[in-house]
Design a protein around this ligand. Structure first.
Ligand code: CTP
Length: 404
């Protein structure tokens, strides 16, 4: 199936580069339609885009409907991806605040397709705190932002605000659009990985041995299957993926991870809690470095439980969402894992024996048993963490299909 890209051109001097972009996207086999703001039409006339796309350019919210369709809704629904290019500070501000006062912004508000925003503006406008705040809001809303580049601006001086090269934008668009048949296309997956750390004093912490490898394997498999992925990363020894479909949130403590998960869960189809979360934190971490006294032979720390993130997510989740947890056990694997499945109201528990050096923390392999309510536990053979990640993503795709 040919993919549909709606290009929203707004009133930046760089609008002329959108003409080249439309051609480049077409050469990649994509079908393109264009909407322009009024300001953009002053810079590049709709006739240019109309003749390239062989389709009327959407500029007027009150345009006559075609076949009874409301034009801005029709464009919003037609697109597999919306690309705002170049995006002015004004349109970014409107999008960040849900303002829909012309054809382009109304269609953007109405679209459920992923939205990529490629800003281009004067460097001072880009650096203005209001623009930066609006860009942050767009990112929080899951919009895909491409940073402007630094260089010679239309104003005749150097600064950050230039539209990235057309080829780079086209590559970005291609990566966002997932290939046909991708099993997690359009799905949003949140994966936590690594370990959380609880401060003891300004220089020390309580932590764990999690390497982040298992969580990374799941996140990469989900990306390869076409999903949009949010990685909430505690401390880990892995290189995190770079992809326009991957957002990374770095956290340190359990509380920070809990806040990030709560924030991201609402917009997710799946949460995979692969992180090794600290179960206890200090009742009151020292504000200054703890000093040892000469005659001191013991030192006591008072610990209190942390929030159970998986359990909270299990309670919060909507019926169509999947919440998947891990059970790291050193003994009585199945009994403990089964208990976690029930206690935490998880849809799946991936149980693994961390006392086995072939499969425990830091190793490249894993041997897991999958538990699910009303299923017989399924023991998967010893395989690489990458393969476990891929198989888990297959299972997720299968379970999501059932939820539809
Ligand atoms: N988990 C969590 N929040 C916590 C502790 C654990 O979300 N405070 C999640 C882990 O990410 C994992 C699952 O719960 O997906 C099980 O973690 P595990 O460490 O095996 O078990 P605990 O719940 O901590 O219980 P115990 O330490 O008693 O085995």
């Amino acid at each position: 199936m040919v993919k549909h890209v709606a290009v929203y051109v707004t009133g930046s001097i760089a609008a002329y580069k959108a003409v080249e972009l439309v051609r480049t996207l077409q050469k990649k086999g994509l079908t393109v339609r264009v909407a322009e703001t009024k300001a953009a039409t002053e810079l590049v006339g709709p006739a240019t885009f109309a003749s390239l796309t062989k389709h009327r350019v959407f500029t007027d919210l009150w345009a006559e409907s075609v076949d009874g369709h409301v034009p801005h809704i029709e464009l919003a629904d037609w697109a597999d991806l919306a690309v705002v290019v170049p995006a002015t500070a004004n349109v970014i501000a409107k999008m960040a605040n849900g303002i829909a006062d012309d054809a382009a912004t109304a269609a953007l508000l109405a679209t459920s397709a992923p939205v990529a925003v490629i800003p281009a503006m004067n460097s001072q406008m880009w650096e203005n705190p209001a623009t930066q705040r609006n860009v942050r809001l767009l990112k929080e809303d899951g919009r895909l932002l491409m940073e402007p580049t630094t260089g010679y601006l239309a104003e005749g001086y150097q600064g950050k605000g230039r539209l990235p090269a057309v080829g780079a934008i086209a590559d970005f668009v291609e990566t966002v659009l997932v290939a046909d048949g991708d099993q997690l296309g359009k799905r949003r997956v949140v994966v936590t990985l690594g370990g959380t750390r609880e401060p003891v004093d300004p220089v020390r912490f309580l932590g764990n041995r999690s390497s982040g490898k298992m969580g990374l394997a799941i996140a990469e498999a989900a990306l390869n299957a076409g999903a949009t992925v949010t990685i909430i990363a505690g401390s880990a020894q892995v290189k995190l993926p770079v992809s326009p479909r991957c957002q990374i949130v770095k956290v340190t403590t359990t509380e920070e991870m809990a806040t990030a998960v709560k924030q991201k869960l609402n917009g997710a189809d799946v949460l995979v809690m692969a992180a090794a979360v600290a179960d206890f934190k200090l009742a009151s971490p020292a504000k200054q470095k703890i000093k040892k006294a000469a005659d001191q032979s013991t030192y006591q720390l008072t610990l209190v439980p942390t929030v159970d993130i998986l359990k909270a997510a299990g309670k919060l989740k909507r019926p169509e969402q999947l919440v998947i947890g891990f059970a790291a056990e050193t003994n009585d694997l199945l009994a403990h894992a089964q208990q976690k499945l029930v206690d935490k109201q998880a849809d799946v528990i991936v149980a693994n024996d961390v006392s086995d050096s072939r499969t425990g923390f830091g190793s490249d392999d894993n041997q897991v048993t999958i538990l699910r309510p009303n299923w017989q536990p399924a023991k998967w053979p010893l395989m690489s963490k990458k393969a476990v990640g891929e198989r888990l993503v297959d299972l997720i795709a299968q379970l999501l299909r059932k939820e539809d």
